[in-house]
Design a protein. Structure first.
Length: 320
């Protein structure tokens, strides 16, 4: 009994030390990521119409023509007196809803090949931070499952960064189980190389309350093009060991087939739930992804009438 307890204590100490080291490393890069996120958010916001819309509220939104059959009390007589038409004064809808963001920070996200300028983790965090900045400026609330309660604070980036840096728990690839409101939206940014059974179970649980969601697969260019040849050792970054290929180029066809099949299964699952699925490569501008996500957030589900890790992510080390 005592020996088992000692082993558990040692494991906890090692896990804590590992998490602390990752947190310090992340803390050092966080200011750069926040600045990059704010720059990208400003670029995306510029020229975009906000997510504001007409509805109950106190702030003025717009004037529109009076429609036949509407109650006469809705007429704004002061504005109508300016010309021969009747106008209604509309207010801005202030019922902000919550968007839950999940940036995958698992070990596989640290992968960066020579074909990319930054790691998947850096891109994932920059996108999550920038999206949070855009949403809060649009009057929405942003939260991170298990890390940060929803907030509409203007310093949302600082809150997210602090929550991530001080998180000492394990780094799962997929969001923890929680019950979002049926009016909430969820954005899961991950490499999605988890076994399909885990992906399917997570999406089913997150959508059980009726919440709408968006999945984004962040991939390194090498994970799509498989640019390896000769004798190469592939190391699985999350403890599943390694495998050596004598002629790596001979694996290219089978690898691409498995990746395509895995993505097809994810897309079939998201289509069934009415969620969106986007693939983003780290050699493409982050603004492309943010524009796509911004357009999809708040949109009705596509097609709705009313309402064992596969990647070579990790390290590929050429052997002599």
């Amino acid at each position: 009994m005592a020996a088992a307890r000692q082993r558990a204590d040692k494991h906890e100490i090692k896990a804590t030390q590992r998490a602390s080291g990752e947190a310090r490393s992340l803390a050092q890069t966080m200011p750069r990521l926040i600045l990059e996120a704010r720059r990208i958010a400003a670029t995306v916001i510029h020229g975009l119409h906000g997510r504001k819309r007409a509805g109950p509220g106190e702030n003025f939104w717009q004037y529109r023509r009076f429609l036949s059959g509407e109650p006469a009390r809705r007429v704004d007589w002061r504005r109508s007196a300016r010309d021969e038409h009747l106008y209604v004064r509309e207010q801005e809808w202030e019922a902000a809803h919550t968007v839950w963001l999940w940036p995958d920070r698992s070990p596989s996200m640290a992968f960066r090949s020579q074909l990319a300028q930054e790691s998947k983790l850096d891109r994932c965090l920059v996108v999550a931070f920038a999206l949070a900045e855009i949403l809060v400026q649009a009057g929405e609330r942003v939260g991170m499952p298990g890390l940060m309660r929803p907030t509409g604070s203007r310093n949302v980036l600082d809150k997210m960064a602090n929550a991530i840096v001080h998180d000492v728990a394990e780094r799962p690839s997929l969001p923890p189980l929680f019950a979002p409101s049926s009016l909430a939206e969820i954005v899961v940014v991950s490499d999605f190389w988890s076994p399909m059974a885990q992906v399917r179970a997570t999406l089913a649980q997150l959508s059980a309350t009726g919440a709408h969601g968006h999945t984004v697969q962040i991939v390194d260019p090498a994970e799509e093009t498989f640019p390896y040849s000769g004798r190469v050792e592939f190391i699985e970054p999350e403890g599943a060991g390694s495998i050596t290929a004598g002629r790596a180029e001979a694996w290219k066809g089978e690898y691409e087939t498995r990746v395509a099949r895995h993505r097809a299964e994810i897309r079939a699952e998201t289509d069934k739930l009415g969620w969106s699925f986007t693939i983003h490569r780290t050699d493409r501008p982050a603004t492309e992804l943010l524009l796509a996500l911004h357009a999809r957030l708040g949109a009705p589900p596509p097609g709705a009438m009313v309402s064992g890790r596969l990647s070579v992510a990790g390290q590929a080390r050429r052997q002599a």
